[in-house]
Write a new protein. Structure first.
Length: 144
């Protein structure tokens, strides 16, 4: 499964927002993860788990914001669906104004990741400042 966000904000908060209550990120954590732009070679068929898409499935927002085990069972069931979707589109758990996608392995040949570097890179400083301010995170330099 490839997890992607519609933009750097979605990727940041979905990566670093899991530890609810933790309001900082370390330089080492930023360096060990990179940003990438996902290029698609064909249109992907994603199950819409936003808005009316949930109601069509007979589900509600708990599917995307509740117990991870429940979400994983749904993801497996949708993976096995006869229509063979390429993945899921859902709202980011930690910032529902952002969209994310979980792309199944069967679509691997249809996507390409283009590395953009790390948020710890000097060129990414303006973006990092924006992300830290948006989500009220501090930055800890644990490399000194």
């Amino acid at each position: 499964m490839l997890y992607v966000g519609e933009d750097a904000h979605a990727a940041f908060i979905e990566t670093f927002g899991h530890a609810t209550g933790v309001r900082f990120v370390t330089v080492t954590a930023l360096r060990t993860r990179g940003l990438a732009r996902i290029e698609v070679r064909r249109s992907l068929r994603l199950v819409d788990l936003t808005g009316s898409g949930l109601a069509r499935l007979g589900a509600d927002e708990r599917l995307c914001a509740g117990d991870y085990a429940v979400a994983q069972r749904w993801a497996l069931a949708l993976l096995r669906h006869p229509q063979r979707p390429d993945g899921l589109c859902y709202r980011a758990r930690h910032d529902p104004s952002r969209l994310c996608a979980a792309i199944y392995h069967r679509a691997a040949k249809s996507v390409k990741a283009v590395r953009l570097g790390s948020l710890a890179d000097p060129a990414s400083a303006p973006l990092l400042v924006d992300l830290l301010e948006t989500y009220a995170f501090g930055l800890l330099d644990d490399t000194a």
